[in-house]
Design a protein. Structure first.
Length: 122
């Protein structure tokens, strides 16, 4: 059933928006797409498609930590996330998070400004 944008609330539009699964660009996946490594990378990317941005960043950081030396470059190649994002996720995994920030995806004050604040002359 298709809906037009006017009949959907913002929350419904976000829940219906599907995130595409990233295609791994590593040499193993390109040369041997049916290998165990390629299957593992596809599984990682299917999980990534279901996570929000905070958990994607942390999961990529965890993978980079597990893979050791060269882990950030490898996580970048497998997931498509940027290297600074993976580095940030790795540091977030290594340190404890304050209780006040656990429920937040972005830091306080981040994101778009409210529409009311964008209107000039009011």
């Amino acid at each position: 059933m298709r809906h037009d944008a006017a009949s959907l609330s913002a929350g419904q539009m976000r829940s219906e928006k599907k995130r595409s699964v990233h295609q791994c660009t590593c040499n193993t996946c390109e040369a041997h797409p049916r290998s165990d490594t390629a299957r593992e990378h596809r599984a990682i990317n299917r999980v990534f498609a279901s996570l929000d941005e905070k958990n994607r960043r942390r999961f990529a950081g965890l993978l980079a930590l597990q893979w050791g030396h060269g882990g950030i470059a490898r996580a970048h190649e497998v997931t498509g996330l940027s290297r600074p994002t993976i580095h940030r996720g790795r540091s977030e995994v290594q340190q404890a998070e304050p209780a006040a920030e656990r429920a937040r995806v972005r830091t306080a004050g981040a994101g778009r400004r409210a529409v009311e604040k964008n209107i000039r002359g009011c």
